[in-house]
Design a protein around this ligand. Structure first.
Ligand SMILES: [Zn+2]
Ligand SMILES: [Zn+2]
Length: 455
């Protein structure tokens, strides 16, 4: 059967699992994850799923103390009763970081004849299991315990190596299981973080559109359409998500898994991550270097989203296409390098090298500006459409019980200003931060935001 764009847009994440199709955008999209079960009592279907996907009988179940209590223990007992050989690798405390030590701990528990890894947990446990499964060439499935982040179906794991976070490109889980009974009982800050990670897609999608015009990056209307559909449902259900209602929890979890599926389809993280994620990474690095405990990922990107939206508003009001783009002077480049060294310490030389390609000369800037001018009315209209999905992101964050201002998550006005100036160097990727910089507006915006949040 031919799969059309319209039929893809009608599908739930469960129905998108395992599909591949040639898209109108010119790319062939493929979802590597083969199966998803999201319903009440889904834990009882794990044995059947393992059998159906032919994943063997000998499994290593990876969990931490919290996720073991929430679902891991019951699942291990049940699978053992059903004839599987389940070995446990359970962290004695709640695991906050995927680092070298955690990975080796799980690797020690992998046996030569382990056929399957079952990750029971959310972000960190999933990241560890993905890494170990990929390196040991063992397929893994995830049993989700909280709708807290969008990494379930993603193919990369951020791992702390020597104290710095590095994202490794690995593999998708073969299957994702979400038991709504378990997900609804997750602590409230987890679903609040999940909503934050979804609201962040508003600015991520704006950045993707912007990059498709200014940098002529490939863009897919079908994938963006899937994300908008998921976002719309979640935005309309924020209070019910906070209250742990079944239908709303399902919508949130579907949106989070869909974000990973969208990344699998397009082969990069554009549909799910933009400037708001870069700002959050910047804060995280600063806080980690200072020895502070960091907030949940979704909480940080949620706080960064209204700030990036404000920058979009500023550029739309200033009629960005009417403004000049000027090449940086030698003095400005030297200042740029100085700031990177100051912000990024041991990573700075690598980041300077990586980002030099984004420092454009005047003729390269003229080309970008011509693209912006040529597409401005349509780009403006499309950006506005996405931004209008949630005219008041801060109030949505508050409704779900999440912090909405940088100060509430320990980000000082100075760290806010620095993040706006420097977060674009975290990844070699074009976002609204680069556009504002090219138009000479970024410094003033950073100062304004820092003083606004300093009162
Ligand atoms: Zn995220
Ligand atoms: Zn496409």
């Amino acid at each position: 059967m031919d799969i059309t764009a319209e039929s893809v847009l009608q599908r739930t994440p469960e129905q998108l699992a395992g599909i591949s199709f040639n898209c109108a955008c010119g790319l062939a999209h493929r979802v590597h994850m083969r199966k998803m079960i999201l319903e009440e009592g889904a834990l009882h279907k794990v044995r059947e799923l393992v059998h159906e996907l032919n994943l063997g009988r000998k499994a290593l179940l990876v969990a931490d103390s919290a996720s073991f209590a929430a679902a891991g223990k019951a699942l291990a007992e049940q699978l053992s009763r059903q004839g599987m050989d389940v070995r446990l690798s359970v962290f004695p405390e709640e695991q906050w970081y995927a680092d070298e030590k955690a990975i080796v701990r799980v690797l020690i528990d992998v046996e030569p004849d382990t056929e399957l890894i079952i990750a029971v947990g959310s972000g960190t446990i999933n990241d560890i299991a993905r890494f170990v499964g990929f390196k040991a060439k063992i397929p893994y499935i995830v049993v989700a315990t909280a709708p807290s982040m969008d990494g379930y179906a993603s193919t990369g794991s951020p791992i702390l190596v020597n104290g710095f976070k590095k994202t490794y490109s690995l593999a998708s889980p073969v299957a994702i299981v979400g038991d709504l009974t378990v997900l609804r009982q997750a602590p409230r800050d987890r679903s609040a973080a999940g909503v934050g990670d979804m609201l962040a897609k508003i600015t991520a999608l704006c950045d993707w559109l912007l990059a498709s015009v200014v940098e002529e990056e490939p863009y897919c209307d079908v994938i963006a359409g899937l994300m908008v559909k998921a976002l719309t449902g979640i935005i309309g259900s924020v209070r019910s998500i906070r209250d742990g209602e079944e239908r709303a929890t399902k919508l949130l979890m579907e949106g989070l898994v869909l974000s990973g599926i969208a990344m699998q389809m397009i082969g990069h993280s554009r549909p799910a991550s933009g400037a708001e994620h870069h700002i959050s990474h910047y804060w995280e690095m600063r806080h980690f270097a200072a020895g502070h405990r960091t907030e949940l990922h979704g909480i940080k990107v949620g706080v960064a989203t209204p700030i990036v939206l404000k920058l979009y508003e500023t550029l739309l009001e200033a009629d960005a296409a009417a403004l000049p783009m000027k090449e940086k002077s030698a003095g400005q480049v030297a200042e740029w390098e100085r700031r990177i060294r100051q912000s990024y310490g041991p990573l700075s030389e690598e980041l300077i090298g990586m980002n030099r390609s984004l420092l454009l000369n005047q003729s390269e800037l003229d080309i970008r500006r011509a693209r912006l001018i040529g597409n401005w009315p349509e780009l403006k209209r499309k950006l506005r459409e996405i931004m209008d999905l949630a005219p008041d992101v801060k109030s949505l964050l508050r409704q779900v019980g999440a912090p909405a201002d940088p100060g509430e998550i320990g980000v000082s006005p100075e760290e806010l200003g620095d993040a706006l100036r420097m977060a674009k160097e975290v990844r070699n990727r074009y976002t609204v931060l680069q556009l504002a910089d090219q138009l000479g507006l970024l410094e003033r915006f950073a100062e304004e935001m820092a003083s606004l949040h300093g009162d």
